[in-house]
Design a protein around this ligand. Sequence first.
Ligand code: TYD
Length: 204
Amino acid sequence: MNKGMFVTFEGADGCGKTTQLSLLKDYLSANGYKVLVTREPGAGGLGQKLRDILLNYDGVVSNRCESFLFLADRAQHIDTIVKPAIEDGFIVLCDRHTDSTVAYQGYGRGLDIERINYLNNLATDGLKPDLTYVYDVDIETSMSRVGNTKDRMESAGNDFFNKVRHGYLEIAQKEPDRVKVIDATLPIDKVFEETLAIFKTFRV
Ligand code: TYD
């Protein structure tokens, strides 16, 4: 019951992953697990400041600079929040992590994937999620969920969104044992049934 575990929730903007994370948190807490909910970017004090720059800065941010800001947030997050919690026996549920950088900065912005993998590994100090969910949605569903108020990343356009989506599906193909894709256009309760069924295969 008290063995640490690292679970990440991924997908394009508006895929509904945060809702699923919260439903899994409620289920696990009700069943006696120690659960920590966290996110990237933006956990902790420094993370909040980096998140504000990443989502709201209105000047030019170069693609490489953007990557390093996400990676800086990740390094701090892993060292000060995620690793200690796992060691303390928590199931850590994290909203976005390394695969977001591969999908958004790699597939989306066109930076070299191998380099991003290398940098991700530096940022996490080699720690990998035990399980990663990718909630897959089409662009119409995503845009209807995101609504009209878009942040800097959400304003990147349809072409960018499709590249990100494709990136996630390729990541899942490359690492099928860790990364599980769920059709997130289904109703919330159906998506959660699948989320939970997958969790149970990892934590029997
Ligand atoms: P957030 O409001 O957390 O989006 P969501 O609710 O969709 O998770 O904003 C995070 C944004 O940052 C989101 O558009 C994805 C993007 N992102 C990257 O581009 N690279 C990364 O490494 C991470 C962690 C997030």
